[in-house]
Ligand binder design. Structure first.
Ligand SMILES: Cc1ncc(COP(=O)(O)O)c(C=O)c1O
Length: 364
């Protein structure tokens, strides 16, 4: 039986063959021209002053919090409907992740919840563009600005999404992007940090490279201690080639989403709401399931037909680690974890069998 995956990478071997030969010929597998090209292309296409490559969105988020000096006396407010990396990085630094419930429509942080949770201990806010949806970021930005709290955008899923013409990741103070294979641009593993702040960019430039601030003829000059979160040349090449196609990728994914909505909405599946004026990159096509339908049974049924599907994403506060420690459950994100489903979306996906299989399940 042919298998339909949730996503397929937007890159073919032939697109990178010549450049791969070049990498092998020069032997430069790290800190070379492809990393620089990818960084430049990121800044240009997202219209942001500074881009830094990292090994993942997780390391990007971790070092961003580190930069803001987050430690064990602090609280960081995080959107609760997200992949656990968003809260794990806060926990790892000894700070307390304070979960903010989300809108049942957009799946993004509820501004009223944010205001309710802000305290003298709040040292940063992490807004998650849930599944790539930028809706609501402006209100969150305004609140953070009025309280003078740094806003970190977990734009792991949101490359290319826009709101009122601004790219996701450029509203907030600093943003973190993922290039994991479930994202629109896949480098195997990988991530980036984008910001318009020169001071932070300079700090990151040094910290991401072991603390080295310059190079002389005889070696590096270490002006600080640091880390190695560099992306390799092969990964940078993969990212660079796909980034050039971002507009086309988003346009294709939106057409796929429209088709799903056309056939599934009449069956009772409700799509994630996208704010007026926003461009959604459709990182995941997620629906709330119709009343009376058992979501897990639907996932299993699709699996028997070779179709991959999964839950929307997680209510982090309901994960056993965080639940045992903080003992809070948030109603909306908990509901969304249990009652949403992600369907396959990639260039060339054959939607007819998927939609027919879903319809068959609904008739059972
Ligand atoms: C919202 C969100 N934040 C962070 C991450 C972590 O990204 P990475 O796998 O690049 O570390 C993910 C991964 O799925 C995510 O969806």
């Amino acid at each position: 039986m042919e298998k339909t995956r949730l996503i397929a990478p937007y890159i073919k071997y032939e697109e990178v063959e010549e450049d791969l030969k070049e990498i092998f010929a020069t032997g430069i597998f790290s800190s070379g021209t492809y990393g620089e090209l990818f960084k430049k292309e990121l800044s240009n296409s997202l219209k942001v002053n500074y881009s830094h490559l990292t090994t993942s969105a997780t390391t990007a988020l971790w070092i961003s919090l580190k930069m803001f000096g987050i430690n064990n006396s602090d609280e960081v407010i995080v959107s609760d409907f997200s992949f656990p990396a968003t809260a794990n990085v806060v926990e790892d630094l000894g700070a307390k992740p304070v979960f903010a419930d989300v809108s049942l429509d957009t799946f993004n942080m509820n501004p009223k919840e944010l205001e309710r949770l802000i305290s003298s201990k709040t040292k940063a806010v992490i807004f998650v563009n849930a599944l790539g949806n930028p809706s609501g970021i402006k209100e969150i930005f305004d609140i953070c600005k009025s309280y003078k709290i740094p806003l970190i955008e977990d734009a792991a899923c949101a490359i290319g999404s826009k709101i009122e013409g601004y790219n996701c990741g450029t509203f907030s103070d600093i943003s973190c992007i993922s290039f994991h294979p479930r994202k629109l641009i896949c480098t195997g593993e990988g991530g980036a940090i984008i910001t318009n702040n020169e001071t932070w960019s300079k700090w990151l430039e040094v910290k991401l490279k072991h603390g080295a601030s310059s190079r002389t003829d005889y070696g590096l000059i270490f002006s600080d201690f640091g880390y190695n979160f560099r992306l390799s040349e092969i990964q940078s090449l993969l990212g660079y080639v796909q980034l050039k196609k971002l507009k086309q990728i988003i346009s294709e994914r939106n057409k796929i989403r429209d088709t799903y909505i056309k056939y599934l909405y009449p069956l009772g599946f409700v799509p994630q709401k996208i704010e007026k004026g926003a461009l959604f990159n459709c990182q995941s096509i997620v629906f709330k399931i119709p009343k009376g339908i058992n979501r897990n049974k639907l996932i299993n049924f699709l699996k028997t037909q070779g179709i991959e599907s999964t839950l929307g994403t997680y209510s982090m506060s309901s994960n056993s680690y965080f639940l045992d420690k903080y003992k809070v459950i948030y109603k909306n994100s908990n509901f969304l974890e249990k009652n949403t489903i992600t369907f396959p979306c990639f260039n060339g996906v054959n939607l007819i069998p998927i939609i027919n299989t879903i319809s068959d399940f609904m008739k059972k």
